[in-house]
Design a binder for this molecule. Sequence first.
Ligand code: IMP
Length: 472
Amino acid sequence: MKPATCVGVVGLDYGDEGKGKIINLLAPHFLYNPRGGGADNAGHTSQIGAEVYKLSLIPSGVMYPNVVPVLGHMMAINPEVLLKEIDSLENRGVSTKNLVISSYATTIMEWHLLEDGARESSEGGKKIGTTKRGVGPAYKDLIGRYDAIRIEDLIDEAMLREKIKSVFPRKKEMLEKLYGVTVDLTEQGLIERYTELGRRLKPFVRKDVSYMLNRALNEGDSALVEGAQGTLLGIFSGSFPNVTSSVTTVNGLCEGTGIPRNRFTCVLGVTKGGYITRVGGGPLPTQLGTDEQLRQEEEMRKKGVGLQLTDEDFEKANAGDEYYQGKVLRLQGNEFGTRTGRPRRTGRGDLVGLNYSIMINGVDALAMMKIDVLSGLDKIKLCVGYTINGETTTAYRPGHDLEIARPVYKTLDGWGRMSRDEWRRIAKREEKLPSNAKKLVTEIEKLTNRSVVLLSVGPDRDDTIQLKDNIF
Ligand code: IMP
């Protein structure tokens, strides 16, 4: 038996760490690129040369003809979104013929979208700030069991008809009576629409994904297993209730693929490390600037004002104004949702959250992303503890405690403003990393007791420095 490489890639923050770029970089060295869970709430941008691809369901490995991208058991798949993604890849010359979809994944139906939208905008309803892609309602039906339509049902015409006939009237009643939504859908229309979607997806569907992947690993083939969202957004691991509805840790990779934890030869954790971002609601103890300031910034952006950073923004940031520090990170890091365009809240690097994520995932090594985004900030503060009710702790307690946690900081020196070209030369090893950037990496390694094996210094795949040899 040849030794197989099975690498898990998990997000350690609140999503948007840059997992897509890491997968994109590593995927050509692997045969399988499965994804465990999540839905089209995730978005990853892959850039190859000048071509930018925005994917939300299909793993980035699809870009490489020899890689087999797999949508795992724990995914919630909106068939319409998946087919659009398949069509748009094909139209741009990227073949999807290797794609495999687990028959046990669940389906996001139109009524899930309506429920997500209605729940989020209902008066008095406590908002989570979801992506409104129907994720929560679809997983609710899966866990509740009665009303889920799994991919195996979608591709079986008789079963699909039966399921829609039994589930739709209940959903319609719930939407109309509970949320006052006008449901402009008919049973027959739904049956026809979803039958056609199932027919198109059927050739990709397999019942034996767990066996396929384990057999491949037994035979010495390799797998790059990707997570979606981040650990701090996980249903069990994250800051409930402002979380997504799936398991975002390495355990989700196991459940979603059937690959047991002890087959993973390396778990690579992806983090921005030097700063953090979060979209939607929920506590972010190191947040820079208030929600109201962010709302005003969004209003101005809609009017075309404040789209570029100015010297004044940097001056204010370096005079100590936290909102401007956050703005520098947001604009320099293009921290706007891939799927929704929503501006992300930005905050200082949170080592409390990071160490918790490293612990529960059993992370072996780190990929540290977007260090270039910190350029131009005189001081870089890292959160090394929280004060909660007068007590200082280094534990991340993702419930009510997080809402009142106040950060304890360690301050490092930053480095000056730098151009894209300068970072490119650094990526090509023509120039050295600024010494204070190197110190930041070393400090993060010290505080996490993990090596940073990959350091990302810009948006392109090539803007990445491998800091250690033989990383897997
Ligand atoms: P949902 O997954 O659409 O139900 O949203 C639940 C929470 O997770 C919201 O705060 C979303 O903004 C957040 N979320 C979901 N997917 C992502 C992602 O890919 N990146 C960052 N945040 C996400």
